[in-house]
Ligand binder design. Structure first.
Ligand code: SF4
Length: 284
């Protein structure tokens, strides 16, 4: 494949734990001002919580599309959110979707925003799936973890609308953060509230890098000592919880998903044998 500019082959740091089907990644914006404390993009995008609009974006995307296979799967987005507040006015993601639809590309949207509802008219006419991240419905916790993102109840509304429009949907219950969002009540509550409106649950544990660890432990100083003790395993630049703890969390979420007749997968955990479909929501 000749060199593309904006649309890149998805390659999560060559991690052997990634079981994603082959796909491309397209970030309409650089950075994301939802500023989630656990976000990993600050480890590789300078000034990542300052959102920027890309120069000549549409022109460069049209050029890239001529270089990737017909009918390729395109994920929007892995290193930003395709629906920041500015998208209401700029409509760049909407413009891109129109182009992808015209050219029969497949798309999977991953977002934390209900602005996606605006584009349902396009998404329902193409091969698409929407994945919405909800880590908790506890507003005190979500206000702290995801200070500028739309409220979890608004994201739930977006799932409802997508389901009504017969678009395939998944919930990203991601990340499960020790002693913040990883308790049984929270996991069961999020899955139960979303169950009627989704086809799949995707789960992953918090895998901090240096900067996300710092943000979380600054916000929750009482967890610092515990995190120093439990986060000892390393994969690339990310720290991992001990295997048995991760497995128990993934199994708990899996049982809950299956109880609600939902498909299930975990993301970069090493338990792909527990997945009932592709890990990224593209298989539903
Ligand atoms: S919405 Fe996603 S990309 Fe944006 S700050 Fe939060 S985790 Fe990072």
């Amino acid at each position: 494949m000749s060199t593309t500019n904006i649309i890149r082959l998805f390659d999560p740091w060559n991690s052997e734990l990634c079981t994603c089907p082959s796909k491309f990644s397209l970030n309409p914006y650089t950075g994301c001002n939802y500023s989630c404390l656990y976000c990993y993009i600050t480890s590789f995008i300078p000034n990542a919580f300052h959102l920027r609009v890309k120069v000549d974006l549409i022109k460069r995307i049209i050029r890239d599309l001529t270089k990737i296979p017909d009918n390729a799967l395109i994920a929007m987005s892995n290193s930003s959110d395709p629906y920041p507040e500015i998208e209401k006015e700029r409509e760049l993601t909407r413009e891109i979707l129109k182009i992808l639809k015209t050219n029969n590309f497949r798309v999977i949207i991953t977002t934390k925003s209900n602005i996606v509802i605006r584009d349902i008219d396009i998404l329902q006419k193409m091969n698409s799936a929407i994945s919405i991240t909800i880590t908790t419905f506890n507003e005190n916790i979500s206000n702290r973890l995801e200070p500028f993102a739309p409220k979890p109840k608004d994201r739930l509304e977006a799932l409802k609308e997508a389901k009504k429009a017969k678009i395939r949907t998944s919930l990203r219950l991601d990340p499960l953060i020790p002693d913040i969002t990883d308790n049984r009540d929270n996991i069961c509550d999020v899955i139960e509230k979303c169950a009627k409106y989704i086809d799949q649950v995707i789960v992953s544990t918090f895998k901090p890098r240096f900067d996300s660890m710092k943000r979380i432990t600054n916000a929750y100083p009482q967890l610092k000592e515990k995190y120093n003790f439990i986060y000892r395993e390393r994969e690339g630049n990310s720290l991992y919880l001990p295997l048995d703890l991760r497995l128990s969390l993934i199994e708990l979420a899996r049982n809950e998903a299956i109880k609600h007749n939902l498909k299930f997968s975990s993301c970069r955990e090493g338990f792909s044998y527990l997945n009932t479909t592709t890990c990224d929501g593209s298989g539903i």
